[in-house]
Design a protein around this ligand. Structure first.
Ligand code: ATP
Ligand code: MG
Length: 471
């Protein structure tokens, strides 16, 4: 799968969209709200003024004459004080007073009752070129509305206030935008680039380049992810290497006996080996097939031990007894090589808990090795000892020994030391690998102590049987 759509452009797009939307929101919704609010507040304060005018001068104004002149002066004073034009208009639309002009005017459509509010915004019946805010207050006399006090001021003031407030909003928004841009930059370096690197690394791993280092450092989740991935890849790479080595070993170990079998058989068929010698060479061929069988069985066994959850049939059994039995089976071999086995066993019987069949196999493998790699006329010592809840079993020979650097390798599949190759042509190198798997399945340990040319000692542990512990 290839990465076609990356996250980044989407993020940028979302970011731009966010910016655009917030701009639209401020310029339309915010602007209207601010304007409405400012207008209403101003209208309210003008309304109070107009009520004052209406209640103070209302009656006198309709009386005419000198009183009206007096009121006009007062209105002019108020006008300069609050800087708003003040008119008095009667219900018919005829203007009675105007703080700023003495021209007789009639507003033919004048009908504040029809507006449905105490103020309006507009050109006031074509009087002004710009928008004005006009606030009305009725003058009543004799329980009848006679006219209205109208106070007016230009909206430009309010518009200016609104623009000031809007500018503050825009500035705040811009600031937030820059701040989030900073977040985006940080995100880019902290999240986006590392994730890109990890993706590239994963692609490399998919191609089989397990040594590729994503080079993402850091102790956060992403750094940890990269590290884990890198570790996983190197492990896969290693196990793949092991797999290759394993296959190479298997093929090699199968090929050499097959080649020799084929060689002998061809030689017999074409008469290179005369018929009277056939028996001798058929025995060799039989030996080789034995080795192949052993190899196949060993591999099958290792495989079954390797598959997770190997089933151990745990029971309590006498390890001393097992050792004695195994030694008996090697009797003939020992006699041939003039090797004697010395048993130093703790107690008459020593009960341990484990899979008896598998432990028998372990002991047999170790004794087999000890005999194979011992010189004739030597002694093999098998010892059992107790230590707290464990039983130690040691198989010690004074044979060819194992070189230091080979000691940790003898438990590997197919491993055979150079020393042993000449001595034992039949060995598969699987015996100790199987032994170790069995011991590990028991959650126990096996170790080797050896000196080249002096001898080797293999020691493994077993769990003591429960009843015996309590005794
Ligand atoms: P197989 O057990 O299948 O017959 P093997 O004995 O060669 O083959 P392992 O039992 O796994 O294989 O042993 C691996 C190698 O470790 C041997 O080939 C030998 O080189 C070395 N080794 C094991 N036991 C001893 C020992 N007691 N003394 C010296 N070398 C040993
Ligand atoms: Mg062996």
């Amino acid at each position: 799968m290839k990465l076609h759509r990356t996250l980044y452009p989407k993020l940028l797009l979302a970011y731009l969209l966010f910016f655009l939307l917030s701009f639209i929101l401020i310029s339309s919704f915010n602007s209207r709200m601010i304007l409405n609010d400012l207008t209403r507040t101003r209208a309210e304060s003008l309304y109070r003024e107009s009520r004052l005018v209406a209640t103070t001068y209302g009656k006198e104004i309709y009386n005419g004459g000198a009183v009206r002149e007096d009121a006009l002066l007062q209105l002019a004073a108020i006008d300069t004080f609050i800087s708003a034009e003040i008119r008095v208009i009667d219900t018919g639309g005829r203007q009675i007073l105007d703080s700023r002009s003495s021209v007789e005017t009639v507003f033919s459509d004048f009908d504040p009752a029809a507006i449905g509010s105490y103020y309006m915004v507009g050109d006031f019946y074509g009087t002004y070129r710009d928008d004005y805010l006009s606030v009305f207050y009725p003058i009543t006399a004799g329980y009848r509305v006679r006219g209205y006090v109208v106070i007016q001021m230009p909206m430009s003031d309010i518009y200016a206030s609104r623009d000031r407030l809007l500018n503050i909003s825009y500035l705040t928004m811009l600031f937030m935008y820059l701040l989030s841009l900073l977040v985006l930059v940080v995100f880019t370096f902290v999240v986006y680039i590392p994730i890109r690197r990890i993706t590239t690394a994963a692609e490399e791993y998919a191609r089989g380049h397990y040594e590729y280092d994503p080079s993402v450092r850091g102790r956060d989740e992403i750094g940890y992810l990269a590290e884990t991935l890198y570790y996983m890849a190197s492990e896969i790479g290693r196990s793949e290497d092991n797999q290759k080595k394993f296959i190479a070993n298997v093929s090699h170990d199968f090929r050499s006996p097959l080649t020799s079998i084929r060689g002998y058989l061809t030689a017999m068929l074409d008469g290179t080996i005369p018929p009277e010698l056939h028996e001798k060479y058929l025995k060799v061929v039989l030996n080789e097939t034995d080795r192949l069988t052993k190899l196949t069985n060993g591999l099958l066994e290792l495989n079954s031990l390797n598959t997770r959850g190997i089933v151990l049939t745990i029971s309590d059994f006498d390890i001393n007894q097992v050792i004695r039995q195994i030694c008996e089976t090697f009797d003939v071999l020992c006699r041939e090589k003039k090797i004697s086995i010395e048993l130093i066993l703790t107690g008459e019987s020593l009960f341990v808990s484990g899979d008896m069949g598998k432990i028998q196999q372990v002991v047999a493998n170790l004794v087999d090795n000890a005999i194979k790699f011992s010189h004739s006329n030597s002694i093999i010592r098998i010892e059992t000892t107790e230590k707290s809840d464990k039983v130690f079993v040691s198989v010690k020979d004074s044979g060819i020994g194992i070189p230091d650097d080979a000691q940790k390798l003898v438990f590997d599949r197919f491993y055979k030391t150079d020393l042993s190759r000449g001595k034992d042509k039949k060995g598969t190198g699987l015996g100790l690998a199987i032994t170790k798997e069995i011991i590990q399945a028991h959650n126990q340990n096996i170790n080797v102590i050896s000196t080249e040319g002096v001898g080797s000692e293999f020691i493994f542990t077993l769990a003591k049987a429960k009843e015996q512990e309590e005794e």
